[in-house]
Design a protein around this ligand. Sequence first.
Ligand code: SRM
Ligand code: SF4
Length: 555
Amino acid sequence: MPENLSPVEKIKKESHALRGTIAEELLNETTGAISEDDQAVIKFHGMYQQDDRDRRDERAEKKLERLYSFMIRLRLPGGFLTPQQWIATHHIAGENSTGVIKITTRQTIQLHGLIKSKIKPTIKAFSAAKLDSIATCGDINRNVICAAHPLQSPIHANVHQYAKKISELLMPKTRAYYEIWLDEEKIADKKDEEDPLYQDRYLPRKFKIAIAIPPNNDVDVFANDIGLIAIIEDNELKGFNIAVGGGLSATHGNPATYPRIATVIGFVAGEEKIFKTVYAIATVQRDFGNRSDRKLARLKYTIDRHGIGWFKEEVERRIGYMLEQPRPYSFTERKDYYGWQQNHDGLWYYTPFVENGRLLDDENAALKTAFLEIAKTGKANFRFTGNQNVIIADIRENDKTAIETILKKFRVDEHTQKASAIRKNSMACVALNTCPLALAEGQRYLPSLITKIEALVNQYDLTKEEIIIRMTGCPNGCARPYLAEIGFVGIAYGSYNLHLGGSHEGTRLNKIYKENLDEGAILNELNSLFLMFSKEKNPAETFGDFAVRKGLVSF
Ligand code: SRM
Ligand code: SF4
């Protein structure tokens, strides 16, 4: 192995098809942690080792090791749970984790705070509910996300199938997950788990795929390594435009890193060709991605290093045909449809507001209890969105009143109606206290900042404006702040860079407007900006477009 490969490359290669020494580490009761190498391997099984950062000092003073626990992330292509799976998840969360069900920005859920001895029971319980966490983290294809709302098209279900099938196409072949967590017998013939796609080195870095159905870009399709844009003509799915090389992370002080939106390289029709193209793109990244510097390993850098023309040709060479010219499409929105909606089949959908995806019972509403009660009726499915929400879905006309009664009883309806437009369009990443990379607060802080921003919005009569605000506790971009109209990116505790100028539809990245702002400075800036916006905006002009027209940030 060449010397300059990153240490993670060696760990993957020597992991015995992602087994590492996890099984042995689980038995080690002297520590709540696992070895460093296994921390890299366990990611491929959908888990991260974390510790409670709020308690680091207190533990250090007492000379105790950090308070270690694990976060687990489910694989839910297209973000779908049956009522039975919801009930199971509710109980697993309560028994094994902090109890909070966290809906992520990629249409799935995470549970935090699992102590080492609880991991196996958790995975077994999920497995009994036909759920798993395989490949939701690590250098591999992650949860494939898909436009959430069945209202978007009468052929939504058809498009959704692609998310499921692509997820299966790009699954690793190793049986390690089943052996370690589900006590499957050790595989005798290594040939059975030969993996032509991932081999023994997997991808150089994480790999993400999203499917959008225009005109709604609710999945932020351009933030993905592969973005598939459904082309629907005459009520028929004709195929997909293929966009490549999206990715949002940047590292403070490292100019070689940058957010990039995906480039549309062509159109593909027909299931077989679509899968072949997606697979080939993953193999080009496998073979040409940077395996020395993980900061420069995502597909966006591979493409920019070699050129988009080269990349397209290399993909075409591998698939054996030319991609067609991209077909016309138009994104006009990027949102969840809150409240009740009915689809073309007469089925009903209710989207409650779940602030930053944190599902729990609090003084505003008993969301978690309400959803359990709804699941117990067996009359609704659960569909997650890429905006950290869940849709209570597929409800028949006759069952609507029963669901409505539960939503009212637990104040979910009131909570959703009361939330302002600006709050409903806001999103923050997890950040503290679990994320080891957080430099500043995310989901624990944004709600209170939004309350202060609401006061400004009211003052300038902008309450109907659906300005997209997003915050992250570091520049990795987990709540996609670089695609927000107002983005806050944490740089130190209590301090954020303010980004402006992202388009409302998620087709244009924003730029840094001011750096290193504390809360007072943020509110001062927004006060001036909202005053200007209220006086000088054109009719129907969005805040992001206004910021660009006024030259607040330059491109
Ligand atoms: Fe993320 C790492 C949380 C979506 C870019 N992300 C992390 C970790 C696992 C921290 C770590 O490596 O130890 C965070 C765990 C926090 C915690 O305690 O739960 C974390 N990311 C999240 C979630 C839960 C944010 C949320 O509040 O919803 C999202 C889970 C999505 C999922 O279900 O799979 C999440 N992360 C994203 C997105 C948005 C997206 O994919 O649409 C991005 C930006 C898009 C992209 O990938 O370019 C994103 N996360 C990152 C990065 C930077 C990757 C890079 O290219 O450098 C890291 C750090 C890393 O990988 O080294 C990261
Ligand atoms: Fe953690 Fe940074 Fe991602 Fe927020 S953006 S969850 S702080 S890695």
